[in-house]
Design a protein around this ligand. Structure first.
Ligand code: CA
Length: 230
């Protein structure tokens, strides 16, 4: 899971990032609304935590622009308790949840989890016991194990991130840039991300696991998609 945290209070941002990372999530932090919107518009995030009072561009404007751009990433808004109006406006313009400051971090984590879960359920991606499925493949979100029938292979963090993305969008092509953004992150972009190397390792694992029935197809110059071999 990759989370975008848009919060200008550095101390709070660091504390929240730390806790989110402890959940094994990847976190990108933006410290103003403009940067937050730029990152959010890439569509690579599974959830966005968005403060209302932000420099450069207010949080509610970030949210409105995001929804206008048809980016449906679930968003939880953070706002001071006194700004009750923000809650109503925020929910009206497409926020998925709202949390008043000051908040307990445990509550924020719980809210993010349920928001991501609702989002996945609405896309029919998520099965009851928290795994993703495609063509007989089963990806366990907690243990990072990929299985097919009785066979199981463990995945590295990066392999998990890539296959999670491919299963989540099964049937459609995932752009290379989207995969790199999701797995390596956008704020610490690296040219030598070795995506091709990970794809070839995953292909080998899939072949071993499914006997060639589920494969990663290449769309030249664009990206990859998961498919069932005919
Ligand atoms: Ca703020």
């Amino acid at each position: 899971m990759r989370i975008l945290l848009v919060e200008d209070e550095k101390f709070l941002s660091e504390a929240v990032s730390h806790l989110l990372r402890k959940e094994d999530w990847q976190v990108d932090a933006a410290f103003d609304g403009a940067e937050g919107l730029r990152l959010a518009k890439t569509g690579v995030y599974d959830a966005i935590v968005l403060d209302v009072m932000l420099p450069k561009l207010p949080g509610l404007d970030v949210l409105a622009s995001l929804r206008k751009a048809k980016i449906a990433t679930p968003v939880i808004i953070l706002s001071a308790l006194s700004e009750v109006g923000d809650k109503v406006v925020g929910l009206n313009i497409g926020a998925d949840d709202y949390l008043a400051k000051p908040f307990k971090t445990a509550e924020l984590i719980a809210r993010i989890k349920s928001m991501i879960r609702r989002d996945a359920l609405s896309k029919n991606m998520l099965q009851k016991n928290y795994h993703l499925e495609f063509g007989g493949l089963r990806l366990d979100i907690d243990s990072h194990e990929l299985s097919f029938g009785e066979q199981i292979v463990p995945l590295s963090g990066k392999e998990f991130g890539i296959i999670e993305c491919l299963i989540g969008t099964a049937g459609s092509v995932v752009k290379k840039t989207t995969l790199i953004g999701k797995v390596w992150g956008l704020t610490k972009w690296t040219a030598d991300n070795n995506l091709e190397v990970y794809i070839s390792t995953l292909r080998r694992k899939l072949k071993q696991l499914t006997n060639g029935s589920v494969v990663i197809f290449t769309t030249r110059g664009v990206g990859y998609k998961l498919g069932v071999a005919s």
